[in-house]
Design a binder for this molecule. Structure first.
Ligand code: SF4
Length: 457
């Protein structure tokens, strides 16, 4: 066991002794994740040299590109292998039942790396973002740490970054990575949009998935190259995305009209296809097309939340506020530069601004106290109604407060929006007859489509 990893206190990066992790559990606070000496994530106490860094699939494509971004600064980053029955077996074995379903899946996938893949804990690092707020998500990095320590895997490093600072707390030299990582979020949201608006209509089954994977690889090739100036990387990224756009446009498709189903909900479960039992593919199989809320929405939301806290704390004129304001401007510029390439393709599929979603949800949820996905999903359902969607599904882990709250407000949301069908689908790894439920929902969406007042642009 290396002294650098074993002897540090629990410092919020998720690694420390078992004792320290136990102590830190109730007070996990935002702090820097640490990295290798050779990377911008330099730290004296955690060294990632020679370690494989694994990222959970949230979604697969987003993590694939984030891993590429991390490779650009010298880290050996990878996506966790696909989840399967063994994931649930291990996840179930090492959780108590009080944790939410996403934690069980992530835990199971991480444990597979050690117990099945045989990766040496001393050569393993796990990336597990965290968040402040009422949600159990904020406790999972500490819980994962404690479990690893209890099992004797103290040498595993857990990197934990937090939403409290807009996920910026990844080391003082990490500006380069933050910018590249943000671009990967935008790029994957674009690729996912292309995938979902093309796949239901493809003539040759499987072709869209292949083009999507090839697109990911083209973008990853650009973002994984080290020491590329931001301007040059942005140009290369636009060029790669233009090629991907052409590849999607070349896919033969059927000319047919399908009901458009908005997909909102808890961020992990809606983006991790194993967790939601491939709900989107099932909707496609039943004749629908999906519009999925991407990862970017969550990051814009954390930015908004940070501005709100600055206002509440009366720190609007501070160095931190200015820094956050500039970062947000840069993020907007980068997003705009990449999205411009797809203006024609995404006509009618424009993404909402987060303040717009918050406004939409305001009449249905308390202004303070209701936070996170419940607000975004409620606002998202209304936004999708205005875009002419034919129904909205909300993906929620079983017992997650987000789904419980949104399920309570959706009947009124639906009533006040032309009776558009909205339904929460719960997941806990023990699904009933999902195809039957999806089939019934699509029937409702088809009926609504024939009589709805708001048509698609
Ligand atoms: S949002 Fe829900 S499922 Fe996700 S971590 Fe929080 S409580 Fe659990």
């Amino acid at each position: 066991m290396s002294s650098t990893t074993r002897n540090q206190g629990a410092n919020g990066n998720g690694h420390g002794s078992s004792q320290a992790a136990h102590e830190a559990f109730p007070r996990l606070s935002p702090s820097a994740a640490r990295g290798a000496d050779s990377s911008p994530l330099v730290s004296a106490d955690v060294d990632l040299t020679g370690r494989e860094l694994y990222i959970p699939q949230m979604p697969y494509g987003g993590s694939f590109l984030l891993a590429a971004a991390l490779r650009s600064i010298g880290l050996d980053a990878k996506v966790t292998p696909d989840s399967d029955a063994r994931t649930l077996e291990l996840g179930g074995r090492y959780t108590s039942g009080d944790e939410c379903y996403p934690q069980k899946v992530v835990m199971g996938d991480f444990m597979k790396l050690i117990e099945d893949e045989g990766i040496d804990p001393g050569k393993l690092a796990l990336l597990l973002p965290t968040a402040n707020g009422p949600c159990r998500f904020g406790q999972y990095a500490a819980l994962q740490r404690r479990l690893m320590d209890d099992l004797g895997y103290e040498d595993v490093v857990i990197l934990s970054i937090t939403s409290a600072d807009g996920y910026a707390g990844i080391g003082e030299h990490a500006q380069e990575l933050i910018r590249t990582a943000w671009r990967t979020v935008v790029a994957n949201d674009i690729l996912m949009k292309l995938l979902l608006k093309t796949r239901p209509y493809e003539v040759n089954p499987g072709q869209t998935d292949e083009v999507y994977q090839k697109g990911l690889e083209q973008v990853a090739a650009v973002v994984s190259r080290p020491q590329v100036a931001h301007g040059k990387r942005l140009d290369e990224l636009k060029e790669a995305l233009r090629r991907v756009k052409d590849d999607f446009a070349a896919i033969p498709v059927r000319d047919e009209e399908r009901p458009l189903i908005g997909v909102v909900g808890e961020i992990f479960c809606r983006l991790n296809t194993f967790s939601n039992d491939e709900l989107i593919r099932r909707i496609e199989a039943e004749g629908g097309e999906c519009w999925l809320a991407g990862v970017g929405e969550w990051l814009w939301y954390t930015n908004e939340e940070r501005f709100r806290r600055f206002r509440e704390e009366k720190r609007r004129v501070s160095k931190e506020w200015l820094k956050h304001w500039i970062t947000t401007r840069v993020q907007h510029r980068d997003e705009h530069a990449l999205m411009t390439v797809f203006e024609d393709v995404f006509r009618g599929y424009e993404e909402p601004e987060v303040p717009e979603l918050l406004e939409y949800s305001r009449p249905y949820l308390p202004h303070s106290g209701a936070m996170g996905e419940m607000v975004l999903s409620t606002g998202g359902a209304i936004y999708l109604h205005h875009k002419g969607a034919d129904g909205v599904v909300d993906i929620s882990p079983f017992s997650c407060m987000n789904g419980i709250v949104t399920e309570a407000v959706y009947p009124r949301v639906s009533r006040e929006h032309d009776d558009m069908p909205i339904r929460v689908f719960y997941f806990d790894g023990t699904q009933g007859d999902l195809d039957r439920d999806v089939g019934i929902f699509l029937e409702l969406a088809q009926t609504y489509k024939r009589r709805k007042k708001v048509q698609r642009a």
